[in-house]
Design a protein around this ligand. Structure first.
Ligand SMILES: Cc1cc2nc3c(=O)[nH]c(=O)nc-3n(C[C@H](O)[C@H](O)[C@H](O)COP(=O)(O)OP(=O)(O)OC[C@H]3O[C@@H](n4cnc5c(N)ncnc54)[C@H](O)[C@@H]3O)c2cc1C
Length: 462
C-alpha cells in the first residue's frame, strides 16, 4: 500500500484512540486502503498476526464503535471515497464506503435528486459508517433509516472472502443479508461498496418553527400532528436551555425567551405541502404555540436547519463535557418523559438539555458535566442509565440511531432475552468466527456463546 498509507508511530495513533464517544486504547497500526483488494490483503495479514481489525469511517460515531478495545489494526475508509456510478434513470448510486454522506446528495442535487438519510453529522460522517450504524436523522420520520435506502453491499469477511449481498433492485430472493449487515456495527464484515437508492427532491418544502412558552405544549403538538393524519418529513424539538445555547452559537433566529420550539417540515406536491403546513400551524396553535413562523426562503430554511444540526457543537461551548444519550419512546409519552428527565437532573444535580427527533420518539437528552470531576462523571452515568431504563419501561429502546458499540452493549439484556442474544451471537460467529472483527462491541460480554464455542473448537484463546 505504500508508506503513506500506514500510521504506526504512537503520536499518530493517538488520533485514533477515540471517536465521538470517548477515548479507549491505542491500535497497533492504522491503515488507509483505497480498494477492496487492499482491504482483503490487510484482513489476511491481521488474521495471520492474530490481530483484531476495526473499520472506521469519519469517527463521528457516538457509541464507541470505531475504537479498538484490545489493540489491533484500524482500517480507515477515508481514501475509499469514490462515487463509482450514478444511475439517475433507475434512481440509484454505487459508492465506496468512505464517501461523505452530504457529498452524495451534492453530487446529484443539480439533477433534482438526493440521498435521504441525513444524520446531523452528514457533513462529516461516511456512508459506510451510516450503513454500519443504520443511521437515521431528522428526516427519518418520513423516509426511514439507512436500511430503507440500501439496495446492495460488497463486504470483506475476516477470512478475506468478498461477498456481495442484495443488488440493484428490491425484493431479491434468499436471505436478506443486506438487512443483516446494515446496523451490524462492523462486527460481520468490512463494507467496501454500497448501492443506495436516490430520492427525487419534492416539488415544495415548507419549514415551520413553532414557539412555545411551556414545554408541554410542544410535546402535545407532536402527538396531535400525527393524530391529525399528517406525517411531516421532519419533526424536531429543542427545549429552552438547548435552543438558547444553539442561538448564541449559530444565530439561527430561535427566540431566546421561549421554553421550547418545534422545527417542522412538510413536503410534497405544492398544493399538498401548503395544505399540510396550514394544518400543522393550526394544530400547534391549538396546543398553545405562541407563534408559528414559516421560512420564507431557502436561506431562512438553511439557517433554521444549521441551528438544529450544529446543536451538539453549540452545547460544547457552555460545558466542558457533555454526554449525548439516545433513547426511544412512543411519541405519545413525550410529556411524561420530559418530566422524568427533569426529575433525574434534579436528583443527580445535573443540567440536562433536550433535543429530540420528536416525530419518531427518538430522544437525545444532553447531560452536561465536567469529565475532570469523577463524582460528576459517575452521576452522569447513573442519570443516563435511569433515562434509558425508563425508555424501556415505556415500551421503547436503548438506542434510536447511535448504535450500541461499547457504550450500551451491557444494556442489551434490557430489551433482548438470553435466547435472543444467544442467537445473535451464533449468527455473528458465522461471519466472524474468531470474533476478531470489531471485538467487544454490540453484544454484551460473556453472552456471545456461539463465538466462544467456535473459538474453543478452533483452539483459539478464549
Ligand atoms: C454532531 C453529531 C451529530 C450526529 N447526528 C446523528 C444523527 O442525526 N443520526 C445518527 O444516526 N447518527 C448521528 N450521529 C452519529 C454518527 O455520526 C453516525 O453514527 C454515523 O453513521 C457514523 O459514521 P462515521 O463515518 O463517522 O462512522 P465511524 O464513527 O467511523 O464508525 C461507526 C461504526 O461503523 C463501523 N464502520 C465504519 N465504516 C465501516 C465499514 N466500511 N464497514 C463496516 N463497518 C464500518 C465502525 O467500525 C463503527 O462500529 C451524530 C454524531 C455527531 C458527532
Amino acid at each position: 500500500m505504500g508508506p503513506d498509507a500506514v500510521l504506526w508511530r504512537p503520536e499518530d495513533l493517538m488520533l485514533y484512540e477515540y471517536d465521538a464517544l470517548s477515548s479507549v486504547t491505542q491500535p497497533q497500526a492504522v491503515v488507509f486502503p483505497t480498494s477492496t483488494d487492499q482491504v482483503v490483503g490487510i484482513v489476511k495479514i491481521a488474521s495471520q498476526a492474530k490481530l483484531p481489525v476495526v473499520a472506521r469511517g469519519a469517527g463521528t460515531g457516538l457509541s464507541g464503535g470505531a475504537v479498538v478495545t484490545e489493540g489491533g489494526i484500524v482500517i480507515v475508509t477515508s481514501r475509499m471515497k469514490k462515487i463509482l456510478e450514478i444511475d439517475l434513470e433507475n434512481r440509484r448510486a454505487r459508492v465506496q464506503p468512505g464517501v461523505v454522506n452530504l457529498d452524495l446528495s451534492l453530487a446529484v442535487s443539480d439533477e433534482g435528486y438526493y440521498f435521504a438519510p441525513d444524520p446531523s453529522s452528514q457533513k462529516a460522517c461516511t456512508i459506510g459508517g451510516n450503513v454500519a450504524e443504520n443511521a437515521g436523522g431528522p428526516h427519518t420520520l418520513a423516509y426511514g433509516v439507512t436500511t430503507n435506502h440500501v439496495l446492495g453491499l460488497e463486504a470483506v469477511l475476516p477470512s478475506g472472502e468478498v461477498i456481495h449481498t442484495g443488488g440493484t433492485y428490491w425484493d431479491r430472493p434468499g436471505y436478506d443479508l443486506t438487512g443483516f449487515i446494515v446496523g451490524s456495527e462492523g462486527t460481520l464484515g468490512i463494507v467496501t461498496e454500497i448501492t443506495v437508492r436516490l430520492c427525487r427532491k419534492p416539488e415544495a418544502v415548507k419549514t415551520l418553527l413553532a414557539v412555545y412558552d411551556a414545554v408541554v405544549g410542544a410535546t402535545r403538538s407532536v402527538a396531535a400532528i400525527t393524530a391529525r393524519g399528517i406525517t411531516p418529513a421532519a419533526l424536531e424539538m429543542m427545549d429552552g436551555f438547548t435552543l438558547r445555547a444553539v442561538e448564541e452559537a449559530t444565530h439561527a433566529g430561535y427566540p431566546m425567551d421561549s421554553a421550547a420550539v418545534l422545527l417542522i417540515e412538510v413536503e410534497g406536491l405544492r398544493e399538498a405541502a401548503e395544505e399540510n403546513a396550514e394544518a400543522v400551524e393550526e394544530v400547534c396553535r391549538e396546543n398553545c404555540a405562541r407563534e408559528v413562523r414559516r421560512a420564507k426562503s431557502a436561506e431562512e430554511r438553511d439557517l433554521l436547519w444549521r441551528g438544529r444540526k450544529n446543536a451538539f457543537g453549540a452545547l460544547g461551548r457552555i460545558s466542558p463535557s457533555y454526554y449525548v444519550q439516545d433513547g426511544v419512546i412512543p411519541r405519545t409519552r413525550l410529556p411524561e418523559m420530559l418530566e422524568f428527565i427533569e426529575q433525574v437532573g434534579k436528583l443527580h444535580q445535573l443540567r440536562i438539555g433536550n433535543i429530540f427527533h420528536a416525530g419518531d420518539g427518538n430522544l437525545h437528552p444532553l447531560l452536561m458535566f465536567d469529565a475532570r470531576d469523577k463524582d460528576q462523571s459517575q452521576r452522569v452515568l447513573k442519570a443516563a442509565e435511569a433515562i434509558l431504563t425508563k425508555c424501556v419501561e415505556m415500551g421503547g429502546s436503548i438506542t434510536g440511531e447511535h448504535g450500541v458499540g461499547i457504550e450500551k452493549r451491557d444494556l442489551m439484556p434490557l430489551i433482548f432475552s438470553d435466547d435472543d442474544l444467544e442467537m445473535m451471537g451464533r449468527l455473528k460467529a458465522v461471519f466472524n468466527p474468531r470474533g476478531d472483527l470489531n471485538p467487544g462491541k454490540l453484544l454484551p460480554a460473556g453472552r456471545m456463546c456461539g463465538e466462544l464455542r467456535v473459538q474453543v473448537s478452533q483452539g483459539g484463546e478464549v
